[in-house]
Design a binder for this molecule. Structure first.
Ligand SMILES: N[C@H](CCC[C@H](N)C(=O)O)C(=O)O
Length: 275
């Protein structure tokens, strides 16, 4: 299916190495389809990304965002892409506070000391909200390794380990992503304590595999670590691609970290016609 007969312009960005194609569809209808996401997500034949984020207009917010994984599936949340796009819109408008809409509802982004913080909303700890396949104590999921289940608008399964470095990330990540406990599959995080309120984290993402960072995953990991008494509610996380910071406040889980804009480019109509 051709989403558009016209060439399509996009931006490439990343947040701590978690990379994105950003498509700006404000002022027109959405263009992304599962075939477009999958085609562009191919790092050999397309552009390559962990997630695709598409901006569109919203009557109640400054903009709205949809997220797609590289396998062509959608995601209800993406913290790093939210930070990146909020940064772009702040630069464009000169504003230091924005409201945006994702599947989670209205979220806030603020610029503080040159860094964009986004409120990813309250963590979801009820089994139905993650979701799990049946009633479970989400603080101790019935899987080897005793992980914590946390929803951030998307599902997360967080393993508290002695050494996140030593984990067989691909093998375990893939198996847990597809465990029947998670009817919508799950993102999988492995964390270990490096110091006071300082975590090492490695991540396997649903629909994308191993990524260098995951913002909603960092939020879920910080919530899991705080709930299990490993840390307080303000946590620094060292991921493979850089450092993210999480501050779990009463009004939601706030996230910040580095943002990079890499290039703008145009996808040819010929490529789009092959999808
Ligand atoms: N990298 C993203 C999360 C993508 C989550 C996605 N893989 C899913 O299917 O939920 C982040 O920064 O939050």
């Amino acid at each position: 299916m051709t989403p558009s007969a016209e060439p399509l312009t996009f931006r490439k960005m990343h947040g701590a190495g978690n990379d994105f194609v950003v498509i700006d569809s404000r002022g027109r209808s959405r263009v992304t389809t599962p075939a477009l996401a999958k085609g562009l997500g191919d790092r050999h034949r397309g552009v390559g990304f962990d997630q695709l984020a598409e901006l569109h207009d919203d009557p109640e917010a400054d903009f709205a965002l949809d997220f797609w994984n590289a396998d062509g599936t959608t995601a209800g949340a993406c913290g790093n892409a939210t930070r990146c796009v909020a940064w772009l819109v702040m630069r464009e408008t000169g504003r230091d506070r924005l409201t945006l809409r994702t599947e989670r509802g209205l979220l806030e982004a603020v610029l503080r000391n040159g860094r964009v913080w986004v409120n990813m909303g309250a963590p979801l700890t009820d089994w139905r909200e993650i979701p799990l396949s049946g009633p479970q104590d989400t603080l101790h999921l019935p899987l080897p390794g005793d992980p914590v289940g946390v929803g951030m608008g998307n599902p997360h399964c967080v393993f508290l380990t002695h050494d996140a470095e030593g984990v067989a990330l691909e093998e375990q990540g893939r198996a847990v992503e597809h465990d029947p406990l998670f009817p919508e599959r799950t993102n999988v995080e492995f964390i270990s304590l490096l110091g006071k309120d300082h975590l090492r984290m490695r991540v396997w993402e649903r629909g994308a595999g191993v990524t260098l960072a995951c913002g909603s995953g960092a939020c879920a990991a910080a919530v899991a670590a705080a709930l299990r008494g490993l840390t307080g509610r303000q946590v620094v996380l060292d991921l493979d691609g850089g450092r993210l910071e999480v501050d779990w406040q009463d009004n939601g889980v706030w996230l910040t970290g580095p943002v990079a804009e890499v290039f703008t480019a145009t996808i040819t109509a010929d490529f789009l016609a092959t999808l």
